[in-house]
Design a protein around this ligand. Structure first.
Ligand code: CUA
Length: 340
């Protein structure tokens, strides 16, 4: 059984490639992701090849030594085996040097081809993402500002259309990473970085903060939907519109609580007096796939759970315990659930 132990790292590499299709290293669903996947393939084959040669030599040496012991005769130094040893050494050093040079070249060429393939940012979809501990503030900018969209912890992209993403941070260093689509890019306080996303096929993906940024770093995910252009345009139009007004007594009570009490000091809901700027925009909250940056799937139960005790599922996050009465909780949850 011990002999299988060396295979363990290989298994680990294999499992990392296929944890889940929606967040997959080596994904080919975007132009950058595909280039990185190709490069990874080259590195994997080259390193496995060298590992196999090293293992073969080790094995051969071990067997040879065993054979000699059986004879009881030790080969004295300098008995004619020196020359092939030297030649072998030179060949081996040359092979390693060529291998390293080849991998460096492959890395360099991939980098160059990715940079060359990038379209002009002026012609791309413009998205601005600001990272906060621990959520993503997402804004889409269009030439006509009435078309602009503001959302949080989700990204919708039209397939085949390049999206130029500008990245900023409000607090510490984070890293934007949707492995299926492209490589990582850090978000650094006081600086502006950017990244081009060129999704090639429709699908649902998961982005994840890839730089340790505090206690809830793991709960800083991003739901990404790549869809056909018409579907994206429908999403954009829906999300550019203000929130739906309350339609019954319960949602009206929730609206009243939300817009006049604690909630609106931090959160904004377009079309209402709630205009707080330090927490996620909730204008179309219930249309999202998850709550609190991928922490909980969107559902009535999770909306209740989150409002009743936001520190339970995500300790340390900026949303405080409010302590609503049961009827207030019921009303606010119903109102938020109506924000499709
Ligand atoms: Cu943000 Cu890790």
């Amino acid at each position: 059984r011990r002999r299988l132990l060396p295979l363990l790292p290989l298994l680990l590499v294999g499992s990392a490639c296929s944890v889940d299709g929606i967040q997959s290293v080596g994904g080919r669903d975007g132009q950058g992701g595909a280039a990185i996947a190709d490069l990874f393939g080259i590195f994997l084959v080259a390193t496995l090849l060298f590992a196999a040669v090293v293992a073969a030599f080790l094995g051969a040496a071990a067997l040879r030594r065993r054979g000699r012991r059986a004879d009881g005769i030790e080969d004295p130094e300098g008995s004619g085996t020196e020359r092939p040893l030297k030649t072998g050494l030179i060949v081996w050093i040359a092979a390693v040097a060529i291998g390293l040079f080849g991998l460096t070249l492959a890395s360099h060429l991939t980098d160059r081809s990715m940079a060359r393939a990038l379209p002009d940012p002026a012609s791309a979809l413009r998205i601005e993402i600001v990272a906060n501990q621990w959520w993503w503030d997402v804004r889409y900018h269009f030439r006509d500002p009435s078309r602009d969209v503001r959302t949080a912890n989700e990204l919708h992209l039209p397939a085949g259309v390049p999206a130029h993403v500008t990245l900023k941070s409000n607090d510490v260093i984070h890293s934007f990473w949707v492995p299926n689509l492209a490589g990582k890019q850090d978000l650094i306080p006081g600086r502006i970085t950017d990244l081009m996303l060129i999704p090639r096929k429709t699908g649902v993906y998961r982005g994840q903060c890839a730089e340790f940024c505090g206690m809830q770093h793991a709960h800083m995910a991003l739901d990404v939907t790549v869809e056909p252009r018409e579907a994206f345009e429908r999403w954009r139009a829906h999300n550019a519109a203000p929130a739906v007004p309350p339609t019954n007594a319960l949602t009206r009570a929730g609206y009243d609580y939300f817009t006049t009490r604690e909630c609106s000091t931090c959160h904004a809901i377009a079309g209402t007096p709630a205009s707080g700027q330090v927490a996620p925009d909730l204008t179309h909250f219930a249309s999202r796939r998850s709550i609190a940056a991928g922490t909980l799937p969107m559902s009535r139960g999770h909306i209740y759970a989150w409002i009743a005790d936001p520190q339970g599922p995500k300790p340390g996050n900026a949303m405080p315990y409010i302590g609503l009465e049961a009827d207030e909780l019921h009303a606010v949850a119903a109102y938020l659930e109506s924000l499709k």
